[in-house]
Design a protein around this ligand. Sequence first.
Ligand code: FAD
Length: 437
Amino acid sequence: MKKIIVAGAGHAGLTAAAMLACSGFDVTVIEKEERENLGHDWEDRFDFDILSEITGKSIDVFPENSWRYRGDCAFLSPAKRKRIEILYSDENRQKIMWRKPLINMLIDNAAEKGAKLLFGTEVFKPLIDKGRVAGVSTSGGDFCGDLVIDCAGVFSPVKTNLPDEFGIDKSVKRGDLFYGWRAYFNKTDSVMPQTPFEVYMYHEGEQGLSWCCTNENTVDILIGRIDKFGEDKIDEQLAIFRKDHPWIGTQIVHGGQYGIIPVRRPLTLMVANGYAAAGDSAFMTMPMNGMGIDLSLKAGIILADTLISCPESDFSAEYLWEYNKRFHKECGAFASKNEGLKNSILSLPSQGVDFLFENDVIQSSDLAGGGKDMNFGKLLGKFTRGMRNPKYFFAIVNGLIKGSSASSLYSRPPEKYDPGTISEWSGKIESKNVTIL
Ligand SMILES: Cc1cc2nc3c(=O)[nH]c(=O)nc-3n(C[C@H](O)[C@H](O)[C@H](O)COP(=O)(O)OP(=O)(O)OC[C@H]3O[C@@H](n4cnc5c(N)ncnc54)[C@H](O)[C@@H]3O)c2cc1C
């Protein structure tokens, strides 16, 4: 029986583990945290249908009080002169779920399907033998396997310790990561704003965003930047929020932690002999809004599907390239397009972002979809307004053009695994990157 090791009990890893164990593979998930410490103490938005597809559980049997609908949303321009409201209908209202029950559903599903789960065991590095990944070294000893699925998050020690000859990009540029701090405070007043979820672009003129979401009994605050920040910044931002939202209490009832999200296009090459990366370890998020759960779940499904369709494979890079290709065609192309827009916005000074908001170059339809519906044709329709400041307008046009070119390259990956061809293809994609200053 083929042995598969999954490093990290994240969304991608648990999804792949369940499907593979169910199909007769010997699967062990190795997770550094104890089970009770897994999952952030906050709520996330993602596509609930994918979770239902994976677990076979419909939304009405999701754990009690684990999810709810989020209120209407308002995006504020950096100078706060323009407020774009998004009022959801009953059909398209955003659903959010606490992270712990979500992870617990995935863990239970993997265990029920026969995967072995090892908690409290830290993976240190891959074991390399004759040009392939042959297992992992961990705090519980060495584990050998035919394939290591790397789902150990953005700083995965499996990926970062792969030999350079494998050709997998380990670099991280400024703007590739989003540093966040999130906490739910108690509420000192029963006030409920018309649009309770307020997102502040370039809050206080800094590259990133913050939000303040007034819930029934709590206020959910996120402070996010593309550069690392510390306690001073949190205190400063909270003081600013409290001026406009005097009902934010001082007691943290959930969260109060930092988190890091990759916000760049996915790795072009994410497989090697005996190795496949999925989830944050392969940068699988939507760059504009950092949503990575859907893509991680999809990657887990695509990877497991690929392996199940050829169980006699030796898990060579040639074979695993099928997974790599399919992910890029179905998801990577879409995510990479979004990166061009994100980077071009982040390259502007905050006055540039104000200009885009105030001249309706960025509108509610663009913000509702995290920029995914924004395209060149749509932007041309805003040409006259945009040309009031050609510098800012063309920066966005450039981002969209480059994003579209990268996307088209992602949707046409090399047919066969060949390091030379893949490196050339990756280089072309890299040349479409918009550098953030
Ligand atoms: C503040 C914040 C808000 C977010 N909000 C959303 C949202 O609303 N919607 C959304 O879709 N996404 C959101 N994300 C992004 C989302 O959390 C990630 O994209 C997603 O969790 C990636 O899943 P994954 O499968 O890569 O696994 P991860 O969730 O990254 O999990 C990796 C697992 O590997 C384990 N691990 C790490 N190192 C080791 C090691 N050395 N040995 C063993 N185990 C290890 C970790 O403990 C963890 O359990 C948010 C992220 C943050 C930080």
